[in-house]
Design a protein around this ligand. Structure first.
Ligand SMILES: [Zn+2]
Length: 325
């Protein structure tokens, strides 16, 4: 029998619409080395994969070498862990079906796991964040879009095609605001970034005085600053947002019966202006036997940390494979 040296490190990659971050992460979740580049610099996916693999190799060689790395985990919008492909990503430069896991594996010679950002976020919270030890929970990501993932009985519920949890595209208003997905009244259009700005514009149209009129740019962050200064109309923007979010979450929780709902993404930093009305609306709409039993928690990990850590957890879940053995 040959002596087998266990590999104690993996590479976690987070592809987002603007930045791609990659890091070497050890078995305990320590980020040992990290770097990033602009996704948008590579409109051609072949040149993107070349750049990504060159960058990973460079980082790995400067930090202990190839033989210490077990595998690679990749988080991307619109990725399916079932197919190993990024499929019709609305906001990435590459269109159609991109077999990213196979492309990267062939280029780098190590096992590659790929999953979509919402699932990887949940895996990050489960392995290294505030969902640690929970078996049933929902992780929401509220930013430019609204994504979600839920764990059921200790397992990530992926669905038949790997797309379970498209919470942002559940309908909350019949014939409501138009959504990028082609439907109307999707929750995302009320609680993600553009939806919050639309709500502010609608409320401002009535002519009520508000600090929001003096803002150089209307964004969820600048609207939140107006709330902090006591601006009634800005507070109303977040109250309506929270009300809609709570309603959507009540439907979600009534189906899934989670121990907790963990909020991540830029919008979750709006604090009490969003969370208080959201929780109130949630309690109002959730199935009675769940009332008072579901925790709403804002993630303690930063968004960039969580995604790289989640991708590293994903890397551990793929069977080991190496061209060099
Ligand atoms: Zn939609």
């Amino acid at each position: 029998m040959e002596e087998y040296q266990i590999k104690t490190k993996v590479v976690g990659v987070d592809i987002s619409n603007d930045i791609t971050t990659y890091a070497i992460v050890d078995i305990r979740g320590n980020i040992l080395a990290k770097s990033s580049f602009h996704t948008t610099d590579f409109p051609d996916v072949n040149s993107f994969v070349t750049a990504l693999s060159d960058n990973i190799v460079e980082l790995v060689e400067a930090n202990g070498g190839y033989e210490t790395i077990r595998s690679i985990g990749v988080s991307s919008p619109s990725a399916s862990s079932v197919s190993g492909c990024i499929e019709n990503a609305a906001n990435l430069p590459w269109k159609g079906i991109v077999p990213l896991a196979a492309m990267l594996r062939d280029r780098i010679g190590l096992a590659v796991g790929l999953s979509n950002d919402a699932h990887v976020s949940a895996l990050g919270e489960y392995t290294f964040g505030c969902a640690h030890g929970m078996n049933n929970f929902i992780v929401l990501s509220i930013g430019v879009g609204l994504g979600s993932c839920f764990f059921s009985a200790g397992r990530d519920h992926e669905g038949h095609n790997g797309y379970a949890g498209e919470f942002g595209h559940t309908c909350v208003v019949n014939h409501g605001r138009k959504c990028g997905c082609g439907h109307e009244g999707c929750l995302e259009q009320y609680v993600a970034a553009a939806g919050i700005v639309t709500t502010a514009q609608e409320l401002m149209a009535a002519g009520t005085p508000t600090l929001m009129r003096d803002l150089p740019k209307l964004t969820p962050r600048t609207i939140k600053k107006c709330c902090d200064q006591g601006d009634e109309l800005a507070i109303e923007v977040y109250r309506r947002t929270g009300e809609m979010l709570g309603l959507g979450l009540a439907n979600y929780a009534s189906l899934v019966d989670p121990e907790a709902i963990i909020l991540t993404g830029g919008i979750s930093r709006a604090g009490k202006w969003l969370l208080e009305p959201a929780y109130q609306s949630f309690e109002e709409h959730v199935f009675g036997n769940l009332r008072g039993k579901v925790k709403m928690i804002v993630s303690q990990l930063t968004d960039s940390e969580r995604d790289v850590l989640g991708a590293s957890a994903l890397a551990w879940s793929v069977p080991e494979y190496s061209l060099f053995k």
